[in-house]
Each structure stands twice: as structure tokens, then as C-alpha cells.
Design a protein around this ligand. Structure first.
Ligand code: A3P
Length: 381
């Protein structure tokens, strides 16, 4: 019978004996001179629990912690780590929103309640205004209309629900939301004031008649897409029996800027509301945006170079660094139907006293009504 000492896969000693031509293995206790070459911390510990291994592990731990501190908290390298869904991304600090990846939690940035709200008016050019503001490196915009203050259902979800819908922004940036229906909603001014009494508000208005037609065109398109019928603008705007303007027709009512602005001014001083000339934003976007930057206390960043007139679109578009044009989508800048000139005159006469009161209220004059045909002249550019 021969016997040998061998090591099993855990490093334990096994005595192998050949008995009747069969090999038998028995574990043998370690003797003092049998001590394994690797020094473990205790006699019963795994052989991998050596001082050397533990030191290596601690060093790796320190190095990786240091890496996270630099990348996640220090921010000196302007690299940002951490994500919403536990997967990691390494990105460079965005210079503006175009570079801000979606759904990414970025160190130093957080979702904050808006510092400014574009309250309307619907079809005044609210999307163009928001998109132009988005170019500014110190601005982050909520891409969707949130309708927090004008929807009881959303409002009941609470302020944190609203905050969660805001984009990530850095401390030096301001956050802007736009929901154009806020302008005409009765509950919104008091609710906004309750959130932040010193918030800045942007209101963009345009010629009341053209705005009303634009409003009608949008509703008509939505209805036609659903195979629903839609009356002509003239029939909706003018009561066929009395021949009077239908003041409660929403497309008309929303153009009564005096009435709605007066309600807002019960809650906010005029200094907190900047009125953007929507007609001028179409023709000279840079000029209007410069005033908006001043009102918001932003450094003057936007220049003429950021805008380029797109002949095909018939509007200014954003001039990207790579030379491409970023135009608003096809729902902005739709063709308008030709309106009966008598109805147009009647509506312009109807709007006139409201316009005058509006000018007085806000201390600013607009050139309404716009000259007939100016719209098509503008498009030829
Ligand atoms: P139309 O589509 O009737 O021409 P809002 O974004 O508030 O819904 O406003 C839409 C209006 O924005 C458009 O109305 C258009 O007149 C105006 N607008 C201003 N600048 C624009 C731009 N650069 N591109 C497209 N539409 C613009």
C-alpha cells in the first residue's frame, strides 16, 4: 500500500492511499510544518483572506472612491457621472440644452421649480419664444406644456409633481416652462403667486385678428384629423342672426388681451411681466430676444447669427453650429385661409377699444391692426 499527501482545490491536505488497486482519499489535519505558503488572517479563514489581498482590495476601494469624488462631486474636470437608472454615463458638461442628454441626472444639476413662465398667449409665438430661449446656455426649458396650474387634476398632484416635470438645471441656469392656456385661465394667477410671488412672466402677443385666425386654423386642423366637421371662421366669429361678434367664441376671446392681462395684474406687478411683440418676433427674432434676455437678467448671448431665414418655411429658423437649420415643426407657421374682408374689418373694429386699453395698461403700443397682406409680404422676404 502506497500513501501520498496531495492538496485538494481548496488547498486542504488529502492523504491518497492505493488500496486494492483503488485510490482512497482522506482529509488529514494540518501540522505545524504543513502551514500553507499564503498567510491567512486566522487559522480557519479562507486562504484568499491574506494581508496582501486585503491591502490590494483597500487600495482599489480608495482609488475608485477618489474617482467618483472627482467625477461626481468635484466637477473640476467638468465630467459628470451618475444616472437615473443605475447605469452609468460619462459625459462632458453641456454648454447648452442641445447637448443636455435626456433622462440623465447630472452632478450639480437638479430639477427646480421654474424661475419664469411663458403664460401665453396661445398662437402668439410661444413655441418660437421657448425654442429661442433654449439656445441660451443659462436657460433650461421644460419641453412639454405641463398645464399644472390650469388643470385641477394636475394641480392636485402637488408641487413636487410639477417640479419633477422640470428639466435638470445647473445652479447658474434658469428654468422656464410654457403653458399658453395659463393666460386665460382664472385659477392660474393666484396659484402661480402662491408658488412664487416674485416669479418672472413672459406674455407674447400678436395682432388680435391674425391670432384669432391662427387659433381657428389649429382647431380646424385637429378636428379634420379626426374626420370632424368644422364651420368657416366667419360663421364662428360673427353671430349670423344679430350680426355681432361672438365675444365668447374662444378664438376671439383669447385675443382680448386687456381683459386677461388685467386679471394677471391683480396678482403680479407689471414689472414682473414682460410683453413680447409676437409679430416682431416673426420678423426680427434677435431684436425681441435681446429684450427678453434683459428682462430675465441673462447675459446677452443670442445674436443675429443664431437665426437664419428659411425660404421654404417662410420663417426664421435656428442656425445650428454645423450649418443646419432647425425650424419649428409643421404645426407652426401654417397657411391661413383668406377671410372675408368685411368680417376682418368688423373684427378689427371690435378689437380696437380692447387694444387701446391694453396699450394703456401695459404702457406699450403695438401696431395693430397689421396692414392687410403684410403676412404674405413677410413670407416672400
Ligand atoms: P401660425 O402657425 O398661425 O402662423 P404658438 O407657438 O404660440 O402656437 O404660436 C404659433 C405661431 O408662432 C405661428 O402661427 C407663427 O405665426 C408664429 N411664429 C413665430 N415665429 C415662428 C417661427 N420661427 N416659425 C414658425 N412659426 C412662428
Amino acid at each position: 500500500m502506497q500513501s501520498h499527501l496531495i492538496l485538494d482545490w481548496k488547498g486542504e491536505k488529502i492523504k491518497s492511499m492505493v488500496f486494492n488497486n483503488k485510490v482512497k482519499y482522506t482529509a488529514v489535519p494540518l501540522e505545524a510544518d504543513d502551514t500553507p505558503t499564503k498567510k491567512t488572517l486566522c487559522s480557519h479563514c479562507s486562504p484568499y483572506l491574506t494581508k496582501k489581498n486585503i491591502s490590494a482590495f483597500v487600495i482599489i476601494l480608495i482609488l475608485s472612491t477618489a474617482f467618483f469624488l472627482v467625477a461626481c462631486i468635484g466637477g473640476n474636470f467638468q465630467s459628470k457621472v451618475c444616472s437615473d437608472n443605475n447605469s452609468m454615463h460619462l459625459i462632458s458638461k453641456p454648454q447648452n440644452k442641445y447637448h443636455m442628454p435626456k433622462n440623465l441626472k447630472i452632478a450639480h444639476s437638479r430639477r427646480r421649480l421654474p424661475h419664469c413662465i411663458i403664460i401665453g398667449v396661445r398662437k402668439g409665438g410661444t413655441r418660437a419664444l421657448l425654442q429661442y430661449l433654449k439656445i441660451h446656455p443659462d436657460v433650461q426649458v421644460a419641453p412639454d406644456e405641463i398645464h399644472f396650474f390650469d388643470s385641477n387634476e394636475n394641480y392636485s398632484k402637488g408641487i413636487d409633481w410639477y417640479r419633477r416635470r422640470m428639466p435638470q438645471s445647473f445652479d447658474e441656469q434658469i428654468t422656464i416652462e410654457k403653458s399658453p392656456n395659463y393666460f386665460v385661465d382664472w385659477n392660474t394667477p393666484s396659484r402661480v403667486k402662491m408658488m412664487n410671488a416674485s416669479i418672472k412672466l413672459l406674455l407674447i402677443v400678436k395682432d388680435p385678428f391674425y391670432r384669432a385666425v391662427s387659433d381657428y386654423v389649429q382647431i380646424r386642423e385637429n378636428r379634420l384629423e379626426k374626420d370632424m366637421e368644422m364651420e368657416e371662421f366667419e360663421d364662428l366669429a360673427i353671430d349670423p342672426i344679430s350680426g355681432n361678434v361672438r365675444i365668447n367664441y374662444k378664438a376671439i376671446n383669447r385675443s382680448l388681451y386687456y381683459i386677461h392681462t388685467k386679471r394677471w395684474l391683480k396678482f403680479f406687478p407689471l414689472e414682473q411681466i414682460h410683453i413680447v411683440d409676437g409679430d416682431n418676433l416673426v420678423l426680427r427674432p434677435f431684436e425681441e430676444m435681446e429684450k427678453v434676455e434683459t428682462f430675465l437678467g441673462l447675459r446677452h448671448y443670442l445674436s443675429d447669427d443664431h437665426f437664419v431665414f428659411d425660404r421654404k418655411k417662410g420663417f426664421y429658423c435656428i442656425h445650428r453650429e454645423n450649418g443646419a437649420h432647425k425650424c419649428l415643426n409643421r404645426t407652426k407657421g401654417r397657411p391661413h385661409p383668406k377671410i372675408d374682408p368685411d368680417v376682418m374689418n368688423q373684427l378689427n373694429d371690435f378689437f380696437e377699444p380692447y387694444n387701446q386699453q391694453f396699450y394703456e395698461l401695459v404702457g406699450k403700443t403695438f401696431k395693430w391692426p397689421k396692414a392687410v397682406g403684410k403676412r404674405s409680404l413677410k413670407r416672400k422676404h
